[in-house]
Design a protein around this ligand. Structure first.
Ligand SMILES: *Cc1c(COP(=O)(O)O)cnc(C)c1O
Length: 467
């Protein structure tokens, strides 16, 4: 019987040259259709090999030409569908690195699209008609917001740190406290970046305690800079001692060494009125006298992926002259959207306009209302096997910021009875658009802090299709 099935598999050419095959070649293209046919036929061969007796009839049916073409067409459509898709983030984590970190404001998207469709003043000064620098497009905004003398933007904060170390400390020693040897997601580890830059790491202190004397003792003629790394995604607590930036700046002045801080998330605006207290602003760091401060554009700043460096002019000038800057340079889309993002801060409307800050400062009663609305809508569906509740909960902000602080939120909690939780979660992820939820203790949570109004309807529709 299996032998017959193998025989029933048509030749590639027959499928390619039939009426339907020609039609497909016209819509897609020859090599893609060929790939699709081969793929589907291979799959059939494997299925026949593995099949047991009771499946053979069904398999035989699937080898009919019309059914084969259906599978081939599905393959082609799937192949051409975008792989980078928009999703619904129901996890509650606002700066979710795996889901794309910050969302851009409408203004940022508009200006990005304009620059994408048209020629732009990227590197030209329209008053003189002469060549300008692409960095001038955001430099003044960075200066005004941070109080620093100058600013520069590269691809991401990892690149910013690499550039700083390569420029100021190649073949020299960099002194860093043991408690600040940070690893952030996506394999960014301070000691490893340092090694790549050709700077030599000199660790001082113990994990929990470091004193200014520890730094002092290690300074010699080979020292290149004093580094501080913001412990963005963890805190050392308990019996601890830290050297603050001010003290380090004083030591830097005394010994004529630059002092640099990698600030990680880098917030522009003080968020303590939201109960988010232990994250310093970029301006704080500049005021405390850091020679250079680096931070990300797409974490709590709420803009595009970028590594922003602000600080003393003579050091920024040195960075600009390093050929690495050319290799790490940002494109026009980043500059356009970053400019619009920074202007929201200048105009004092960051919390209204930037989705990251808007979600962060969202009123808890509004979140509760959204949760009740989702619950109500889900309950109108067939619901015997779902137990739906609205609960008060808390969320992590993500993106390596405020690691100890949770913000209050409301969730719709779904207890499933007959349906396998993993199966439901899989089906939601395969929905169009995919939906990512929080799974915890055998329950599924939809956190309304990161769910937009218009997405509530889409979630309900997804459940309708699945149940
Ligand atoms: C997130 C982070 C980085 C890396 O920033 P990217 O913009 O993701 O490259 C570097 N240092 C610290 C302390 C961070 O928190």
């Amino acid at each position: 019987m299996k032998k017959e099935l193998f025989k029933k598999i048509p030749a590639v050419n027959d499928l390619l040259e039939s009426e339907k095959g020609k039609e497909l070649v016209e819509t897609y293209n020859h090599s893609l259709v060929l790939k699709g046919i081969r793929n589907v036929l291979d799959r059939k061969r494997k299925m026949i090999s593995k099949a047991d007796e009771k499946n053979l009839k069904e398999l035989s049916l699937s080898l009919e030409h019309t059914n084969l073409y259906k599978e081939i067409e599905e393959y082609l459509m799937d192949y051409l569908a975008p792989s980078l898709q928009e999703v619904i983030n129901a996890t509650g984590t606002i700066v979710h690195t795996n889901l794309g970190r910050s969302l851009l404001s409408k203004e940022a998207v508009d200006s990005l699209v304009k620059v994408a469709k048209n020629y732009s003043t990227l590197e030209i000064d329209k008053r003189t008609g002469e060549r300008g620098s692409r960095y001038n497009n955001v430099k003044d905004l960075l200066i005004d917001l941070s109080g620093a003398e100058d600013g520069l933007v590269v691809n991401n904060n990892a690149a910013a740190v690499l550039l700083i170390l390569d420029t100021l400390a190649k073949n020299k020693e960099v002194i860093l406290a043991r408690g600040e040897m940070v690893e952030v997601g996506g394999s960014f580890r301070i000691p490893e970046v340092m090694e790549k830059s050709g700077a030599h790491l000199v660790e001082v202190g113990a994990t929990n305690k470091v004193y200014i004397e520890d730094y002092e003792r290690k300074i010699n003629e080979n020292t290149g800079l004093l580094l501080k790394v913001h412990t963005s995604n963890y805190r050392v607590m308990g019996f601890t001692e830290e050297v603050n930036l001010k003290e380090l700046v004083e030591l830097g002045k005394k010994t004529n060494l630059p002092v640099v801080e990698d600030l990680g998330s880098g917030i522009i605006e003080d968020l303590s009125d939201l109960g988010l207290k232990d994250e310093p602003t970029v301006k704080d760091k500049v005021d405390q006298g850091a020679d250079l401060v680096s931070f990300s554009g797409d974490k709590l700043l709420g803009g595009p992926q970028a590594g922003i460096i602000v600080g003393k002019k003579r050091f920024i000038e040195k960075l600009k002259q390093n050929p690495l800057t050319r290799a790490l340079r940002v494109d026009k889309f980043t500059l356009a959207s970053l400019e619009a993002t920074l202007k929201a801060y200048i105009k004092n409307e960051a919390r209204e306009k930037l989705p990251t800050l808007k979600m962060l400062s969202q009123n808890i009663d509004i979140i509760k209302e959204k949760a009740l609305s989702l619950k109500e809508k889900l309950e109108t569906l067939e619901k015997e096997n779902l137990n739906i509740k609205v609960e008060k909960d808390s969320t992590k902000i993500g993106g390596g910021a405020f690691p100890l602080q949770d913000i209050p939120t409301y969730v719709v909690k779904i207890e499933t009875n007959n349906i396998e939780l993993n199966e439901l979660s899989y089906k939601l992820r395969m929905n169009k658009p995919p939906i990512f939820t929080r799974l915890y203790n055998d329950n599924m949570f939809f956190d309304l802090r990161t769910i937009k109004d218009e997405e509530i309807e889409q979630i309900v529709l997804a459940f309708k299709n699945i149940l």
